[in-house]
Every structure is written in structure tokens, then in C-alpha cells.
Design a protein around this ligand. Sequence first.
Ligand SMILES: *Cc1c(COP(=O)(O)O)cnc(C)c1O
Length: 463
Amino acid sequence: MDQIKIFLDEKDMPRQWYNLAADLPTPMLPPLTLDGKPLEPAMLEAVFPKNLIEQEMSTKRWIDIPDAIRQVLYQWRPSPLRRAVNLERFLKTPAKIYYKDESISPSGSHKTNTAVAQAWYNKQFGIKRITTETGAGQWGTALAYACHMFGLECKVFMVRVSFEQKPLRKIMMNLWDANCVGSPSMETAAGRAILKEMPDTPGSLGIAISEAIEQAVSDKSGKTRYALGSVLNHVLLHQTIIGLEAQKQFKKVGIKNPDVVIGCAGGGSNFAGIAFPFTREKINGAKIDIIPVESAACPKMTQGRFAYDHGDVARMTPLLPMHTLGHMFIPPAIHAGGLRYHGMAPLVSQAIVEGLMRPRAVDQLHSYEAAILWARTEGFVIAPETSNAVAAVIAEAKKARLEGKEKVILFNLSGHGLLDLSGYDKYLGGKLESSKVPREEIKKSLARIQVAHRAVARKTGKW
Ligand SMILES: *Cc1c(COP(=O)(O)O)cnc(C)c1O
């Protein structure tokens, strides 16, 4: 019988994170200030604690995971590597479909991996309170849990459409003693300005980020900092434990490398987490197809531009070199709230420019179809974000059937959907709509990206 759950002992959990910045064949472009100068680390000190800024800038290949962080991660890690044999059978594919199950963390997604690390580094630096934004609520709950573990206060600005669609997430945050408000809110200057202009806005991650940063930097005591759940280098770094565990688990069943690695991508963190350790193998010669999957409602990788852009609407963040739809882009109110971010992580963006990854976009109707097939074969109810990855997995498994190839497909099951049942209900009732954005709207948003500082797409041409 084929083994369908591969576990690692606690003692085998990785003791270091992997930093792709050390191995990218063409170095990353630096973040820039508004006037086009490379960003000085000191400029970030009002926003992030110094220890995390150092990590953000680091090009060291391996970075130790502090003991205190590992102790909290042991609560659910190492996460199992599972095999989706029922789905394989249903699809009559010769492919083997493996996945890392990140849905088993206390908050129900991969986000807890970086939340725990960030809360601990803030605590070490003497910070008392962390502000943040959240889309679907996954990041807010993860940070609420992590802050509670280390005795920090937590304030969450939740994108309004999700705040209204997903009230259960807020209860979970309250359970871990965090404070959560809908964004745009009346609590910040950025929120008030947007509400005046667009009182009915569904909100966006870009707006919520502006609010959270404003509240962090305006605390006169200096004891508040801001935390981001995706996009930044240090966040992606903390997620690499996923792919590093998968490598050890594959070794246990005699698989050297998968042929295909897939992850859904909002800001890029869970995808990077599973994909970066394998991207290193690819840079060193392995043949691996690495696929980040975005929502067709927010297609920055497949239809956006590689450009210097802000991470938020109020332009409080530095300019980051990334695939973007423009920081003013407000995507339709799809259920996969975590995929509604206008930009892609700079590390992932540079790897795409280099040709190491092949992005793909999935329509909401296809992702829900995939999620339901998953529930009816594998049993588990997955997050709407994750379903985008599963749609791509199914497409790859069907392709393997046509080619008659016994491929190994690996994907990241980023979270469960037990608090997202309303989207399933709509799909089953035939009320869910396609999430494609008209090309005209994308063009309009792209035209608003400032071109004063051009991001040159540099690559070796090897891939
Ligand atoms: C937030 C979230 C995502 C998208 O964010 P990334 O940073 O791209 O990983 C995907 N899946 C789940 C379950 C999430 O909570």
C-alpha cells in the first residue's frame, strides 16, 4: 500500500530558515524612497523592530530559528506531507499528488509560521503592541494568536468586505484578546480620507495597510510596531520551513525532487514557503516546474507590470520592485480575500523575471469547482485561496494523464475553509460569479503607476 501520510519527528524540524536572496542568479533591485534613493534600513525603524529589518535586508543563505520560536511551532509542526490518492484515482492520473498540510495550525493557515516569529522578534526588541491589516482574516487571527503567546497587544484593521462577510474571524481574534476593526475606519487619517471620497468602498489590503502603519508610527511611546503577513523578504523567509520540511519528508519516501511545485499566491508567502527550497534546487540544475497561482480577480503576475510601486494606497511604504497592478487597484470582492493584494513579493517577482517560475491565473468559478472536487474526494474543506492552487494541481494532473507521465506534483494546502462556508454555499446555489477583471480596468490602473523610477528587469537568460 502507498503511504499517504509522511510525518517528521519533532527533532527533525528544520533549525534554520532558507533565504533565496542568497542564491538568486541576478541580485534583487533595492527598495527605493519616494525620491528614488535606495532605502536606508534606519528609515524603517519607526515601522519595524531593528532585528526584523536586519532579516529583511539579509543575504545570508541560512538563518537560525531561535529556540523560543521553535518551542511554539512544535505545537503543530512539523506539518504532515500527505498524498491525495483519492483525487489521483478520480482523475485517473499517473501523477502522484503530495501536499503540505498547513491547515492544522491553531489559526488554520500557514500564516501562523511567520506570526509567531514576528511576535517574538518584536517582543525581544521591547515592543508592547503590534498593529496590522488583514484581508480574509487569516493573518489577523494568526497574529492575534502569536501576540497572545508572547503577551503583546494586537490591533487588526480588517478589509471591510471580509469584515462583513466573515464575522467569525473577528470572534477568533477576540478570543486571543486582539482588537479588530473594519477598514477603512474612522480611527486614522488615511481611513477618514478614503471614506470621505468613497463611502461605499469594499476596502482593500492597500487601504488597511495604510491605516495600520499610520497607527504604529503615530504612537508617541515608541512601543508600537507594524507587522505584515506577506510580501516582505523576512515573511517569506519564515515560511520556508514548509518547503524544507517537505524536502526531508520526500527523502523518507525516496523522492529526490517533485516535478511540479504549486502554491496559491496573494502576496506570495505560502507559495514562497513551499517553493523557495525547491527553487534553490532548480538554480542548482534540477528540472522543476514552479507555478505560483493567482486569482483572475487580481492578476498582477500574468497581467501586471514589473515596476517600482507602493505597497499601500496612502503611499506610506517604500517603492518595491514587484509585479503589480498599481497600488490604487481595488479588485472585485471575491471570496479568496487573501489573494486580493495588488502586488507580488519582490523575491518572487525577481524569480519570475529570471524565468524560474511560471505564474498562472484562475477564475473564482474554477477554483470553487476544484475545492468542491477536493472535498468530495479528499474530504477536507479548504480555504478559498487554497482552491486556486488545487485548480492548478488538477490541471497539471490531467496534463500528466494526457502525456502518460508519472509526475510528482507538490502543492501547499495553505489553510482550511471551515470559517469560509458562505462562499461554498453561494457556489452550490449557483450564485457565484466569474471574477475576471475587464482588461480596460487593469490598463487604467497600470497607467497610474509612477514611472519616474524604472525597475529594470534583469536576468541571466538561463531559464
Ligand atoms: C493569506 C492566505 C493566502 C495568501 O497569502 P500569501 O502570502 O500569498 O500566502 C493563501 N492562503 C491562505 C489560507 C491564506 O490565509
